[in-house]
Design a protein around this ligand. Structure first.
Ligand SMILES: CC(C)(COP(=O)(O)OP(=O)(O)OC[C@H]1O[C@@H](n2cnc3c(N)ncnc32)[C@H](O)[C@@H]1OP(=O)(O)O)[C@@H](O)C(=O)NCCC(=O)NCCS
Length: 332
């Protein structure tokens, strides 16, 4: 018999139960409660990760939370089975996650306390909004899902600027260069910039991985200026028969040394031409709402905002200080 609460990496059977729980929530809420990274890490035992599973009296999994303390701010994704809601399971998972967040990160100062926890709410559903409000949390970050109907135009692969060439990614030989440019391009991004060799390997091992949809822009000396990775789901539950077939602009990055030269625009056009060439009807992507350079690029390419995922966190407390002339120019 399981105890009502278990904390630790999941064995394969429990990981399967959590996947079924997430699928039940997806079915009932119309939006997937856990994103790709936590699903790929269900069985991962890492000192910056905590897995929390709740069970009912019969030993059935009722809820799951994954807490990641690896970034500047700890983040969590949590889900309660639709049949087990409004029994304070979510509240217990959230409290556990908030306490867990005060543990020191591997890279953090030992004994660091009061670390902030941000919780993802995919689709920002009414239940999540009420739940967050009950816990005194406010929206601290918005992630936009954007979409573009590929049937609305013709998508040809653009000319590559002089001094650059386009080729596809080779798993293995290109790993180190890609990880380096990804970390540089996403240095300020809370998740993407922290991807490791193990994270890359996990994606390359997925059914959907296709090196022919993963493009590199190289300089003449062979160094990497930017990349664009597409993702076309192979899971039939993601693209049911008769539904619009979607492909994702999974990640686009330009090395900081090559930013501001229009390469993001070129790479986006390469991705759209690739997705259209695969016979897909719609292109989608996820982008932080406050990433002006990226949202402008995608709006310019014809994307529109579909849905918003939000992160909830504690309201920021502004210390009361004496005002000085420079305060007037500071952001609230
Ligand atoms: C959000 C979620 C985790 C809540 O789980 P839960 O176990 O049902 O929540 P709890 O029973 O602990 O609810 C605590 C409080 O939140 C509020 N709340 C939760 N669900 C609510 C709903 N559907 N409508 C109104 N208020 C709600 C209530 O104030 C509730 O207290 P009460 O039952 O005493 O009134 C669950 O709906 C879920 O898994 N949603 C999909 C995944 C998701 O959105 N996760 C992100 C959470 S930020």
């Amino acid at each position: 018999m399981h105890s009502p609460l278990e904390i630790g990496p999941l064995d394969p059977a429990t990981a399967d139960e959590v996947r079924s729980l997430a699928a039940a929530a997806h079915e009932s809420d119309g939006v997937a409660p856990l994103s790709e990274q936590p699903l790929l890490r269900l069985g991962v035992d890492d000192e910056d990760l905590t897995h929390v599973v709740t069970y009912d009296d019969s030993g059935t999994v009722t809820g799951y939370a994954q807490i990641d303390r690896g970034g500047d701010v700890a983040s969590a994704e949590l889900v309660v089975h639709p049949a087990a809601r409004r029994r304070r399971t979510g509240r217990m998972l959230l409290r556990t996650a908030q306490r867990d967040a005060t543990l020191p990160a591997r890279s953090g100062e030992p004994g660091q306390h009061g670390r902030t926890l941000h919780v993802w709410a995919h689709g920002d559903l009414p239940a999540a909004r009420a739940f967050a409000a009950d816990a005194g949390l406010v929206v601290v970050r918005e992630l936009w899902k954007m979409g573009l109907d590929l049937r609305s135009g013709t998508w040809e692969r653009p000319e590559v600027p002089a001094g650059l060439r386009l080729r596809t990614f080779r798993p293995g030989p290109d790993d180190a260069a890609w990880l380096r440019v990804n970390a540089r391009a996403f240095a300020h991004h809370p998740e993407q910039g922290r991807l490791t060799q193990a994270d890359l390997d996990a994606r390359v091992a997925e059914d959907w991985f296709d090196p022919e949809g993963f493009f590199l822009l190289e300089r003449e000396d062979g160094s990497l200026a930017g990349f664009l990775w597409t993702k076309v789901p192979t899971d039939p539950s993601v693209s049911p028969a008769g539904a619009t077939r979607e492909g994702e602009i999974y990640v686009v990055g330009v090395d900081p040394d090559a930013q501001g030269q229009g390469l993001g625009k070129v790479l986006t056009a390469v991705g759209l031409a690739h997705l259209a060439g695969q016979g897909l009807q719609r292109a989608v992507l996820y982008v932080d709402g406050d990433n002006a350079a990226a949202t402008r690029t995608y709006l310019g390419a014809g994307f529109g905002k579909d849905t918003v995922d939000v992160q909830y966190g504690p309201p920021t407390v502004h210390p009361v200080t004496q005002s000085s002339p420079s305060d007037a120019t500071m952001k609230p």
